[in-house]
Design a protein around this ligand. Structure first.
Ligand code: PPS
Length: 568
């Protein structure tokens, strides 16, 4: 790239005046409601973050990018930026047509002039771009299970930026950052890409990297979409702001990047480097296993630890950004300071706290020493991840009709209320069917809808720090798993199989339903004329035969205590 790192970069926006006019005209076009990931991609396309792209990839560009990281004209680009749509939507669209791209509230952000429409070979895209067609990779999973079947490509005309309500002052377009660097006279700028909270080691390594490159530092965290399970960006930005104060004044800037990461390791690192170049940076720190997605389905790493560094090093001249090695910093107890791990002599005491250990300490409310992180950062993390005994959670009873789910669930609720501390809600099968699912019957489809509604309410309760106790039959394993996944984003999911046998339930027949079911007067009755798939991985299995209700509820309390969810 011949242009200086600080001259303006081409954007895809039209003038404010034309935007007004286009927007009015675009109302009549077929319109596509962008997904959250597509909104991230579109923002960076329009503001020059994805320069030299001028729109969503055409088929020829896509083929080249997937095959060899080169577009049809030979220019380097490692990541397919494609507009995936449903088959149904694609049926009505032909090349030559314009479509309006809308955000999730329906605001028109851009116009796509469609030149290409095709069905991609997703298995090939997965193999080439992500290294394996393995659903354990979050982007491969997205490709097969979330993305639409058809891709549309063509140039984009930008009308307006996606709206953000959070941290507005910390969001900068490439040209805003370039102008800022120009104004401050910054010529050499090292970018630090991150999706995690920064601790002291990161602060030390980034500062050292900037010093060694005789450059200023840009902390450039991703706030668009990161790896599922990461600390949410609201918390992280409050942490970054606290860390920003620790750098010498005027050396360092913080700016938020609305990127949707793919966790594509080497290709992703190169993509990150190009994006940082577009934002006016001259250097970028690349670490071990940069943008790695974790383990594949065979339990091995998707990429080699230095693949990302090799990739960026190989292309850095062509991109116009220099890679800076990420120095692994460790705390040397004797000297009470951080030092690069490869410069430390034998015999000194090196301290470290792994990510897993940090999460354990947060979950259990244990000490996190000052040498490891800044107190302000720890306090933000503690607010978001309070100890387990203060977090919300869900207890999910499952079992046959008449197994005793409701009785034990009621006893548990009373005991938890007696202990106090968190609000408790009981979502009993019968209660739910009265208030949430009164229109539903007992077909597989209706049972699934019913359980997913319960799961949704329980996940909201869990998110807000309460205790949800659910007691439906929930006969299907896959549906219970879906509910577990929904809830585990926010807190623990404790599945309890009330394993009273069918014979015993039928013998008790408390509601007289089994008799009616046997007579064929109730259809699709669980255990008689409809299946019950017993859980294989429940946290607890309760046998209620010849056991007091009180004792069953007590067993649940002991389990909750062992999991750290309540204090004994
Ligand atoms: S499910 O499968 O989880 O959606 O069922 P659930 O919402 O828990 O509702 C079960 C209660 O509905 C009564 N009932 C039936 N159960 C099973 N199969 C059929 N066909 C049926 N028809 C009515 C029954 O009283 C269940 O209550 P519990 O408390 O489980 O005995």
């Amino acid at each position: 790239m011949s242009m200086s790192n600080l001259t303006p970069i081409p954007e895809l926006y039209v003038s404010a005046e034309s935007a007004q006019k286009l927007k009015a005209e675009a109302g009549a076009l077929p319109s596509w409601d962008l997904t959250p990931r597509q909104i991230c991609d579109l923002e960076l396309l329009m503001n020059g973050g994805f320069y030299p792209l001028k729109g969503f990839l055409t088929e020829a560009d896509y083929d080249g990018v997937v095959e060899s990281m080169r577009m049809a004209d030979g220019s380097l680009w490692p990541m397919p930026i494609t507009l995936d749509v449903s088959e149904k939507f694609a049926e009505g669209i032909e090349p030559g047509q314009d479509i309006a791209l809308r955000d999730q509230e329906g605001v028109i952000l851009a116009i796509l002039s469609v030149t290409d429409k095709w069905e991609p070979n997703k298995a090939k895209e997965a193999e080439n771009v992500f290294g394996a067609d393995d659903l354990a990779h979050p982007a491969v999973n997205y490709l097969h299970n979330t993305a639409g079947k058809i891709y549309l490509g063509g140039p984009v005309t930008g009308i307006q930026q996606p709206v953000h309500y959070d941290f507005k002052a910390r969001r900068d377009t490439p040209n805003e950052l370039r102008a800022y660097f120009r104004k401050l006279g910054w010529r050499r700028i090292v970018a630090f890409q991150t999706r995690n909270p920064l601790h002291r080691a990161h602060q030390e390594l980034t500062f050292r990297a900037a010093k060694e490159a005789q450059a200023n530092l840009l902390i450039h965290p991703v706030v668009g979409m990161t790896k599922p399970g990461d600390v949410d960006h609201f918390t992280r930005v409050r942490c970054y702001e606290a860390v920003l104060d620790k750098y010498p004044a005027q050396t360092t800037q913080l700016s938020l990047l609305n990127l949707a990461m793919r966790m594509a390791g080497p290709r992703e690192a190169l993509w990150h480097a190009m994006i940082r170049r577009n934002h006016g940076c001259t250097h970028m720190i690349v670490g071990r296993d940069h943008a790695g997605p974790g383990k594949n389905s065979a339990g091995e790493d998707f990429y080699g630890p230095y693949d990302a560094q090799d990739m960026v090093r190989k292309h850095q001249d062509e991109v116009g950004i220099e890679m800076v090695d990420f120095k692994h910093m460790v705390y040397v107890q004797e000297r009470a300071q951080y030092e690069p791990a490869d410069e430390i002599e034998e015999g000194v005491t090196v301290l470290n706290i792994s990510g897993t250990e940090l999460r354990r300490r947060l979950a259990e409310g244990l000490e996190i020493p000052d040498w490891f992180s800044f107190p302000e950062v720890v306090s933000e993390l503690r607010k978001t991840r309070p100890p387990r005994a203060q977090q919300g959670f869900t207890v999910f009873f499952t079992g046959l009709s008449g197994s005793g789910k409701s009785t034990v669930a009621n006893a548990l609720m009373v005991k938890l209320m007696e202990m106090g501390g968190r609000p408790v809600t009981l979502l009993d099968g019968d209660v739910v069917r009265k208030h949430l699912s009164s229109e539903l019957g007992f077909s597989k489809e209706h049972r699934d809808i019913n359980i997913k509604r319960i799961g949704y309410v329980a996940s909201e309760i869990t998110k807000n720090g309460g205790i949800a106790i659910c007691a439906p039959i929930a006969p299907y394993t896959a549906t219970r798993r879906a509910v577990r996944e929904m809830i585990e984003q926010y807190g623990a999911f404790v599945e309890i199989h009330v394993a009273t046998s069918l014979e015993e339930c039928e013998r008790r027949d408390r509601k007289g339903l089994y008799k009616l079911a046997r007579e064929g007067k109730i259809k699709e009755f669980t255990g008689i004329s409809d299946p019950y798939e017993a859980p294989g991985n429940a946290e607890l299995v309760l046998d209620t035969e010849n056991v007091e209700v009180d004792h069953c509820a007590h067993q649940v309390l002991l389990k909750l205590e062992a999991m750290g969810l309540i204090k004994g």
